[in-house]
Design a protein around this ligand. Structure first.
Ligand code: ADP
Ligand code: MG
Length: 213
């Protein structure tokens, strides 16, 4: 495996029922790249993200994160090295904006003061004001929720950020603003981004690499 590969998908077979979604599928994601995954609805884009995140295990083949094969034994540890932004509203409704943002930091047992500083440092990056921190998800807009979801995914400094159609539920103006923000964040953090989108235009704006399913 090349030094520069961070995620390696090797000869993977995967199916939910009889029909194979992935058959002998291989792909390497380069360190610090921004890969957009394009493909028709049902082509297996979300399935591939779930396999990389260890939410699903392949029937055959391997998923390697930094040269280490994902196994049931190490997947919790590996998953904490990743951030995951889901489509639509995936915030925890009973947690405040701040608690949502600090969720992975808490799982990693970071001290309260560290969490607070980290979140305050990230807020301007995503264009949110600190007044929002004590609100609950139902009190903020769709665009704000996606911004909170992005902070939740990057706050613990993951090596890999996975995003599944993060902007598809947003109006075009908000979507364009968030695309610019995400591109800036990628450049500043030097993290590897993998983003599913059904928009070729979005992929061409953001991606350093495009994977067509
Ligand atoms: P995409 O994200 O590209 O639209 P998915 O990865 O979500 O595609 O799904 C690929 C295929 O697998 C689709 O045909 C979908 O209906 C099927 N599928 C997805 N999740 C499940 C599941 N939990 N059980 C059975 N079939 C599923
Ligand atoms: Mg999908």
């Amino acid at each position: 495996m090349s030094q520069n590969t961070i995620i390696s998908v090797e000869n993977v077979d995967f199916r939910y029922e009889e029909k194979f979604i992935l058959k002998d599928f291989s792909y390497r994601f380069e360190r610090e790249s921004f890969t957009c995954i394009l493909g028709e609805s049902g082509s297996g884009k979300s399935t591939l993200l779930r396999l990389i995140n260890g939410l699903l295990l392949p029937e055959k083949g391997l998923i390697k994160i930094e040269s280490e094969t994902l196994t049931p034994q190490n997947l919790i540890e590996k998953r904490l090295q990743m951030g995951y932004v889901l489509q639509g509203n995936s915030l925890f409704p009973h947690l405040t904006v701040f608690q949502n943002m600090a969720y992975c930091l808490k799982l990693l047992k970071r001290p309260d003061e560290f969490c607070k500083e980290k979140i305050l440092e990230l807020l301007p990056l995503i264009g949110l004001k600190s007044e929002l921190l004590q609100k609950f998800p139902h009190e903020i807009s769709g665009g704000q929720k996606q911004r909170v979801g992005i902070i939740r995914a990057i706050a613990h400094d993951p090596k890999i950020v996975l995003m599944d159609e993060p902007f598809s539920a947003l109006d075009s103006e908000t979507r364009e603003k968030l695309q610019v923000l995400v591109k800036d964040i990628h450049q500043q953090l030097k993290t590897t981004f993998v983003m599913v989108t059904h928009s070729r235009e979005e992929a061409e704006t953001l991606a350093t690499d495009i994977l067509e399913m």
